[in-house]
Design a protein around this ligand. Structure first.
Ligand code: NAP
Length: 274
């Protein structure tokens, strides 16, 4: 029997590519989106393998209904892909409490909520895989993406705790850390309502780099991203964190080295403390 997938944020980009690739591989997929009309063509391409449902991950009732729908239509969930997400551009001083809450709700609380809903199913099956789509900035930071960085770090922390909790129950957790892939991410990036010009020199270049990602042939191809996801799900063992794309390896390699240097420098301040 093929695997049964529940994928969030399938209207475009990485989520859409993952849903299509899983269906093309013969698996069954509940593809979800805030506006399910955006999924009709996917369903027409794979009428026997793709079911669809409305799902805003910030809506607890829709999360419950989507998981119930997956049980009803597919018979269960083997793979949950927490992919849905949007970014907010703004420095710490520019982002309001409400804007921060919205990023946390979409990128960390929604995935947590869905994990909580599928875990009883996976525990009773004695198997399952939760794939959380983070970002390179789930493990490093860029100026101007403060709330997004914070929410992706929260998702990675939750994933690491969850992996330690469910490792003995036959359930796997993987955090994907994509570099830049050609999707709508950059064009749908919202701006914090407040703007403090003093930050423009450091945040401006990051903003520029994020615009115009969709269809950019120099960036990663969402279909290649989906191939990586399928390989990871099919593998017997995988690392908790998986950078995706050559740029992700370059960013995270440099960031890990900087952390190591900080760690060693910090020793000179703290050795002798007890
Ligand atoms: N592309 C990259 O370079 C990149 C890099 C690192 C990480 N990521 C992560 O990859 C994931 C997918 O992004 P993408 O690049 O594929 O961008 P995308 O093309 O903009 O797709 C994002 C998807 O998330 C959906 N979404 C947003 N808020 C939602 C919510 N509250 N509930 C349900 N769905 C929601 C969007 O649906 P609507 O159509 O309803 O807006 C859309 O389907 C995100 O988590 C993003 O942070 C992307």
């Amino acid at each position: 029997m093929g695997r049964r997938w529940l994928v969030t944020g399938c209207s475009s980009g990485l989520g859409r590519a993952v849903a299509a690739a899983a269906a093309a591989a013969g698996d069954s997929v509940l593809a979800t989106a805030r506006k399910p009309a955006a999924l009709h063509d996917l369903q027409r391409r794979y009428p026997d393998r793709i079911a669809t449902a409305a799902l805003d991950v910030c809506d607890p009732g829709q999360c419950e209904a989507a998981v119930a729908h997956a049980v009803d239509r597919l018979g269960g969930v083997d793979v949950l892909v927490n992919n849905a997400g949007t970014g907010l551009f703004g420095a710490v001083e520019e982002v309001s409490d409400q804007e921060l809450r919205e990023q946390l709700e979409t990128l960390a609380i929604g995935p947590w909520r869905l994990a909580r809903l599928v875990l009883p199913l996976m525990r009773s099956q004695g198997s399952g895989h939760i794939v959380n789509v983070s970002s390179v900035v789930g493990r490093m930071a860029l100026p101007g993406l403060a709330a997004y960085v914070t929410a992706k770090h929260a998702l990675e922390g939750m994933s690491q705790a969850l992996a330690a909790e469910v490792g003995g129950l036959g359930i796997r957790v993987t955090v994907l850390e994509p570099g830049q892939f050609a999707s709508r991410y950059g064009s749908s990036l919202a701006e914090a309502r407040s703007r403090v010009a003093a930050y423009d020199p450091v945040t401006g270049p990051v903003r520029e780099a994020l615009r115009g990602m969709e269809g950019n042939a120099d960036l990663g191809d969402p279909d290649r991203f989906a191939e990586v996801v399928l390989r990871i799900v099919a593998a017997d063992r995988t690392p908790l964190r998986v950078p995706v794309g050559p740029d992700a390896y370059a960013y995270l390699g440099a960031s890990d080295e900087a952390h190591r240097e900080d760690f060693e420098t910090a020793r000179t301040f703290t050795l002798g403390a007890s």
